[in-house]
Design a protein around this ligand. Structure first.
Ligand code: PGA
Length: 232
């Protein structure tokens, strides 16, 4: 079980330091735990979580090791910081920053080649689900992802992200089984995972963990989800 906290654009270095110190003292159980702070807070998180089992990952990564790419951060730069991995293809990047299947694939391949682990996000929108296109969308998004032992997929139905609308355990199970039929990789569920629905979602056989947004911002709710993973 892997529980990853995607902080999105929350917590600068000071708040990150406070969170990590509290997280160090908290009980997280036996799940593999990863936090994904904004770029500017990665160094603080790496330093303060050193010597623990909790890993630190970035929320995005570029495909080149350096170059004229204003605003981007390379896999080698993340490695230099001691970062363990990166999220790629989050739906917010696809929706608001022009991320495409092709750029997601390039980011994933380069990160893996540099020795980072990758959490690659896929998932359909509400309109795509209503049009019966879920499998087609997932097939398309999955088709570009490299086969690699360090690749984890996160199924995040766009309609469930930040909306409080969680996929039912059955919807998650069906989508995860479909994804696993396309690629043999662990699949995390993401989309309004909270302490009170985590056990049910994580209890599905094809659900290998969670990518948690809002509920990962407080140590109490994040560690409650981590502990829910432990008791399965
Ligand atoms: P949420 O976000 O848990 O706040 O819905 C999940 C995500 O976007 O990774």
């Amino acid at each position: 079980m892997l529980i990853a906290g995607n902080w999105k654009m929350f917590k600068g270095p000071a708040e990150t330091a406070a969170f990590c110190l509290e997280l160090r003292r908290a009980e997280v159980g036996v799940a593999d735990v990863v936090v994904c702070p904004p770029f500017v807070s990665l160094a603080t998180a790496v330093q303060l979580l050193a010597g623990t089992e909790i890993a630190v990952a970035a929320q995005n990564v570029h495909w080149d090791s350096e170059g004229a790419f204003t605003g981007e951060v390379s896999p080698t730069m993340l490695r230099e910081l001691g970062v363990y991995g990166a999220i790629v293809g989050h739906s917010e990047r696809r929706q608001f920053f022009g991320e495409t299947d092709e750029t997601v694939a390039r980011r994933a391949e380069a990160a893996l080649a540099a020795g980072l682990s990758v959490i690659a996000c896929v998932g359909e929108t509400q309109a795509e689900r209503e049009a019966g296109e879920t499998e087609e969308v997932l097939r398309r998004q999955m088709s570009v992802l490299p086969h690699d032992e360090q690749l984890v997929v996160a199924y995040e139905p766009v309609w469930a992200i930040g909306t409080g609308k969680t996929a039912t355990p059955q919807i998650a199970q069906d989508a995860h089984s479909f994804i696993k039929s396309l690629l043999d990789a662990p699949v995390l569920y993401g989309g309004s995972v909270k302490p009170d629905n985590a056990a049910e979602l994580l209890g599905q056989p094809a659900v290998d963990g969670a990518l948690v947004g809002g509920a990962s911002l407080e140590v109490d709710s994040f560690t409650a989800i981590c502990r829910a993973a432990t008791h399965l």
